[in-house]
Design a protein around this ligand. Sequence first.
Ligand code: G3I
Ligand code: 9MR
Length: 570
Amino acid sequence: MKRKVALAGALLVALRCGAADDAAREIRINQVGFAPAAQKIAVVPDGAATGFSVIDSAGKTVLQGKLGAPAVWEASAEQVRLADLSPLKTAGSYRLRVDGLADSAPFTVAESPYKTLNAASIRAFYFNRASIALTPEFAGVYARAAGHPDDKVLVHASAASSTRPTGTVIASPKGWYDAGDYNKYVVNSGISTYTLLAAYEHYPAYFGQQSVKLPESGNGIPDILNEALWNLDRMLSMQDPADGGVYHKLTNLSFDGVVMPDQARTPRYVVQKGTAAALDFAAVMAVASRVMAPYEAQRPGLSARMLAAAEAAWKWAKANPARSYQQPADVFTGGYGDKSLADEFAWAAAELYISSGKGGYYAAFSEDQARLDTPGWGNVRTLGWISLAHHLQRLGPEADRARIAAGITALAGQLRTEWNSSAYKVAMKKSDFVWGSNAVALNQGMVLLQAYRLNGPADDLRAAQSALDYVLGRNATGYSFVTGFGARSPMHPHHRPSEADKVAAPVPGFVVGGPQAGQQDKAGCRKPYQSALPAKSYLDEHCSYASNEVAINWNAPLVYLSAGLDALTH
Ligand code: G3I
Ligand code: 9MR
């Protein structure tokens, strides 16, 4: 009751401010487009109108329909109606028209509507590569000198061991910069690299024919794997060969300034071995060992080396099961600290089981009885279930196939229920608006696609489509959150190269973190956030690292979902 009163109050305030808040009176729609067979939903602010029209590029009305009943979305305190344009199946460019409102942003209907977006979202990883010059041939106006060679990295006191005392110099070149900063964190590399590898495992035909235009293109390895290898190679060097332990991160002591990578010259350190890093490393190397097995000719011995590295990291984690990351007093960069490690154990065990076939790993996986949840950098349980579900047919007799399928189905069911009753028809609810909320939406989409692949109900595919629609414009801010895609996309992401490179447009293909009410960066921003409501609390300014940064773990599910929807929508 109390909650309802509060919500009604918030809605009143929102409605009163409505005239000044132009964004609140806009039609929200996926600004990129849809496949002919896809469900096509738009969100319309509630007003006098009860119907809608779709107009083609020649101004002709090609579809008319009725708006749904008004409903309130708690996350944005808006009263909206849905327009369902799904009968629109002819290829073309269109706008949605509703009396009393401006026409919507243009959107297309086309086969494989996310082909360009998908390639760009993979190229974003290329743009974030450490230790390599980006040449005009591959990077166009975003060409830049090489930064952070990381061929001489110091062992920080927190990571010292008898064979590698404080100040020992090691090499750990390559890899991706984590985000808008220039550091490299193993935990966040875990889910990011996994998600690219999973995309390939699940949609090999899609990626097999794709050319992303990378320096390695044409070497006989699909480009998505070429890109993943840039990070896998460097992850391998984050393992201490003496004991199998894995350093948590490779970092400066403090964040670099807003400069191009080659201008950032502070010393770099490997910091503290940790259980989460070891287990995320083990999981990813186990996946990579099976994905790379067919490429023995291109990378001899790599697959076997990866599996051995994964098993060594697992052993270290079993011997050191509770080493949560504790930021040393002289280190001020990203934390990625995580105190609950049961999910990391379960994920690594699942991947090691699939890749090695050893039943002991399945037993270790089964020790974890917790419920599945939407994946995130610190919530990796479901990733193991996704892999097990994908490989169901090749699992040994110890695997409980029914349980594996039921776990995925149940999680997707919760998301579908939320989607079905949501005023915006998205699975995102108020509590999902955390730092990196756009990745919550994308990861929800990834989970929903698993249930669709397992069971085939059309609503799972529709709910997954809605997750991408949300990120591409059907949200309460009116932005398509991917740089370079849609009529209104972020122009000032918290991304050091985009800010420092003197090119007006930001580096394309990156999804920004998205709205969340924390506003942790507010003190350093001269412009105010547009709203304090969770789904509207977004600021397209470089200062806004809490709503407008980019990150590899947010881009990876964009790669996954855009490919999956292209591959599965027929
Ligand atoms: O753990 C609590 C949870 O109990 C609570 O329910 C929830 C409510 O908001 O908060 C949870 O903590 C959050 C934590 O992430 C775990 O999700 C914090 O509020 C939130 O501030 C924290 O944000 C992280 C942020 O770094 C600040 O540490 C983001 O997840 C993480 O993606 C982000 O990562 C940074 C790297 O450190 C540095 N590189 C850039 C990257 C992206 O911004
Ligand atoms: O640039 C940093 C970004 O990558 C991180 O996600 C964020 C949170 O850890 O911190 C940013 O750095 C800011 C620092 O935390 C506070 N001073 C301003 C920095 C941004 O320029």
